[in-house]
Design a protein around this ligand. Structure first.
Ligand SMILES: *Cc1c(COP(=O)(O)O)cnc(C)c1O
Length: 416
């Protein structure tokens, strides 16, 4: 079932988002100038590359700026919003409110809102998926419920409550929150549960990023072909968002794109599962890790089996990063490029160094005949969240990164 999706499904998903464009433009003024399209910029980051001492002959560094995706402020915007729109579309079609060539602005009118108001849309989340689902569901008139884990940030809960979303806090981790939400929704025919671990609709929503990136590359004159390999570094939690994007990129660029996932050392659930091919459902706790990380969007004990299934044949590798690395990248990116991201979003930033300087990375390049093609390479750092991080919180992140960078420099002086 899962593996039967293809390029055509991506196009259908993009078409659905396009149909909803005018309604999204009306509900969210920040996307009005884009016709309701929810998309992020592709940004060149030469100063950051210099700060990392990334050699220019090893390829150019770019950021895909999902940290600034409108409406939800993270990578969860495309997938989460798509799934709620698909549900709303189905309800409206089933109830005869629209047909295949209707103007979707009707779905913002009282009749549609009254229909949506009879239904609940629920989700379990560490934070960002909840923000995405809660925001769009409440805006369409659904009753929105977000189950959150104890380690979710307070400001995310506060923000959702202000939007009229019911936030239910759970004493356990992310999985407990998802389980509770799933069970509650199963018991209620008027409740629709967005399942972060199993949803194909979410997955396809994420995959649309690849179509958009293809035209952005075109506009920026970036080629992806045998002499211009593309390396993409994606932060990974349960794996849904990065897998959806990697799937989409593979559909478009085939063997010329190489996708790597980045996980916190304390919670590398995707890596653990890939290292245990016969152990579906293995968790980071099973191998003695505690899951404790500042990367709250990635603090997930177990990978999505849907994402794992999709990635077996497509993923190039997984690497892990320490929390200190996240804060170092977060700080340096702000210093050099003035870009504000959250800690989870920095997980992929060690990717080029890992690929170029680690034994496993060098082996990958040699085995794939890439070593002499790196001057034509593009390294794409997928920065996944941060737009809505409150200033006082962000100042704390910066201070922590600054201390780490100062420590690096002292160390460099002592060994010099
Ligand atoms: C959710 C999230 C991810 C990873 O997505 P998964 O689908 O959980 O793998 C990465 N970065 C941020 C900021 C996120 O919120």
């Amino acid at each position: 079932m899962a593996s039967s999706i293809s390029y055509v499904d991506m196009e259908r998903t993009a078409d659905r988002l396009h149909r909803f464009g005018p309604l999204l433009a009306e509900l969210f003024p920040e996307v009005a100038q884009f016709g309701g399209m929810i998309e992020s910029d592709l940004i060149s980051i030469p100063s950051f590359a210099r700060a990392l001492s990334h050699p220019p002959e090893a390829g150019a560094l770019w950021i895909k700026a999902d940290h600034a995706l409108p409406i939800a402020g993270s990578i969860k915007a495309r997938g989460g919003i798509h799934e709620v729109l698909e549900f709303a579309e189905k309800l409206a079609l089933d109830h005869g409110l629209i047909d295949s060539d209707s103007d979707y602005l009707q779905l913002g009118l009282p009749k549609a809102r009254a229909l949506f108001g009879r239904y609940q849309v629920a989700v379990g989340s560490t934070g960002n998926l909840g923000m995405s689902i809660g925001t769009i569901a409440a805006a369409l008139g659904f009753k929105a419920v977000v189950h959150m884990s104890f380690n979710s940030k307070k400001w995310k809960k506060d923000r959702l409550r202000k939007l009229g979303v019911q936030v239910i806090e759970h004493a356990g981790d992310y999985e407990k929150a998802v389980d509770a939400g799933r069970r509650e929704a199963e018991a209620d025919p008027y409740s629709y549960f967005v399942d972060d671990e199993r949803s194909l609709s979410l997955f396809l929503g994420y995959s649309v990023a690849a179509l958009r990136l293809q035209s952005q590359f075109h506009q920026s004159g970036i080629g992806v072909d045998a002499r211009h390999p593309l390396f993409v570094y994606l932060p990974c939690g349960v794996g849904g968002a990065p897998s959806g994007i990697a799937f989409g990129l593979k559909q478009i660029f085939g063997d010329h794109v190489h996708c790597f996932f980045a996980e916190p050392t304390a919670s590398p659930c995707f890596l653990v599962r890939m290292l245990h091919p016969d152990h579906a459902g293995i968790s980071v706790y099973d191998i003695g890790l505690d899951g404790n990380t500042e990367a709250d969007g990635l603090a997930v004990p177990r990978a999505s089996e849907l994402a794992i299934d999709m990635m077996w044949p497509l993923l190039s590798g997984v690497f892990t990063v320490k929390d200190d690395d996240l804060f170092r990248s977060l700080y340096l990116l702000n210093e050099t490029e003035g870009i504000k991201i959250e800690p989870s979003a920095a997980a992929g930033f060690n990717g080029p160094q890992m690929l170029l300087n680690s034994e496993a990375g060098r082996h990958y390049l040699a085995a794939n005949n890439l070593t002499n093609k790196m001057s034509g390479a593009t390294h794409l750092l997928w920065s996944t969240g941060g737009l809505f991080v409150p200033d006082d919180e962000y100042v704390g992140f910066l201070a922590r990164g600054k201390t780490i960078v100062a420590g690096d420099r002292n160390f460099a002086l002592t060994i010099a």
